[in-house]
Design a protein around this ligand. Structure first.
Ligand SMILES: Nc1ncnc2c1ncn2[C@@H]1O[C@H](COP(=O)(O)OP(=O)(O)OP(=O)(O)O)[C@@H](O)[C@H]1O
Length: 299
């Protein structure tokens, strides 16, 4: 569905994205993670056909997006900075969207009214930040898009509304195979909704995996050894992080569960535990591996 290959992008001779490639399957929800300034918004603006890449290809449904009006009519990009026409109400924006997007579904718009409970005759500029975001989702989902691109989508929404909107997105993915790309710094949220994740760092893709596979591939190990007979540097483990709490080692390691267990067992541990990792932990340790480590500094 979405196919990005070897994309380069610079602004004023400053290289922002370098050789970026990734693929999003139809009916999948892809989380694009990354450090601040990694280039996520730039990538999303290219996918929405707002910016053109310098090199490489940005394809949606096997065709370049930049000059492809037909595909753009089936795609909605919700930017982190929402934009509405000045002085417009939701209803007026809806009429404008109906003229732009052939998929506009008036019946759906009416159904969503009961969920969002916003006054669609009120000027959008009078709404709070969270209400404006709700309005943006109301309008976006009324166009029944095939592709939904969301930059920090839940910013400003309360917990109940986040859950409602998450459910609506999941429903559209399940029922009609909508394809979704989400960028968010809230990894808890990404973890809840995405089936695939990619990490962008300094304009390059660091890692791209199915979320379940990724979790099966990175482990948090707690282990203790007799008379301290363990040296992480002497193992065959791919260690992302190591910490010693008293006599207990806490290791974050990459590899299959079997490989990791075999290696640790060969050191005859007296305690051995494998704990689940959150996406946030995976992100932090993977970023640490490329020198973007967190430091325990208090100032
Ligand atoms: N129009 C522009 N002109 C010049 N530089 C730009 C422009 N847009 C983005 N940049 C630069 O590109 C880099 C990537 O920015 P981008 O907004 O894509 O990052 P991001 O991953 O979305 O960051 P964040 O997580 O902080 O929102 C930054 O260094 C930014 O200053």
């Amino acid at each position: 569905m979405i196919d990005v290959r070897n994309v380069d992008k610079s602004f004023d001779k400053q290289q922002i994205l370098t050789n970026v490639s990734f693929h999003v399957n139809k009916g999948s929800i892809y989380g694009m993670l990354g450090s601040n300034g990694a280039g996520k918004t730039t990538m999303m603006r290219m996918l929405a056909g707002i910016l053109r890449q310098d090199d490489g290809q940005v394809h949606i449904d096997n065709a370049g997006i930049y000059e492809n009006t037909k595909t753009k009519q089936r795609l909605i990009f919700l930017s982190d900075h929402l934009y509405f026409l000045p002085q417009y109400t939701i209803r007026q924006m809806g009429d404008y969207y109906r003229s732009l997007f052939p998929g506009w579904d008036e019946e759906r718009y009416e159904k969503l009214r009961t969920l969002f409970k916003l006054d669609d005759k009120q000027k959008l500029s009078r709404f709070s930040k969270g209400m404006q975001r709700q309005a943006a989702f109301w309008l976006a989902l009324s166009t029944v898009p095939d592709v939904l691109i969301l930059d920090e989508p839940f910013d400003g929404l309360d917990a109940v509304m986040r859950q409602k909107i998450r459910n609506l997105i999941i429903q559209d993915v399940a029922e009609r195979e909508m394809t979704v790309l989400i960028s968010s710094h809230n990894l808890r949220e990404v973890e809840d909704i995405c089936d695939h994740v990619g990490i962008l760092h300094k304009g390059e893709i660091l890692l791209e995996r199915d979320l379940d596979d990724l979790k099966e591939d990175v482990h948090k190990i707690q282990a203790a050894f007799k008379e301290d007979a363990f040296d992480p540097d002497e193992t065959d483990l791919d260690v992302l992080h190591v910490e010693k709490r008293g006599s207990v080692y806490v290791l974050i390691v990459r590899g299959t569960e079997k490989e990791v267990a075999q290696e640790i067992q060969s050191w005859h541990p007296v305690v051995y535990d494998r704990l689940p990792l959150t996406l946030e932990e995976i992100f932090i340790y993977e970023m640490g591996g490329v020198g973007y480590a967190f430091e325990n500094i208090l100032v």
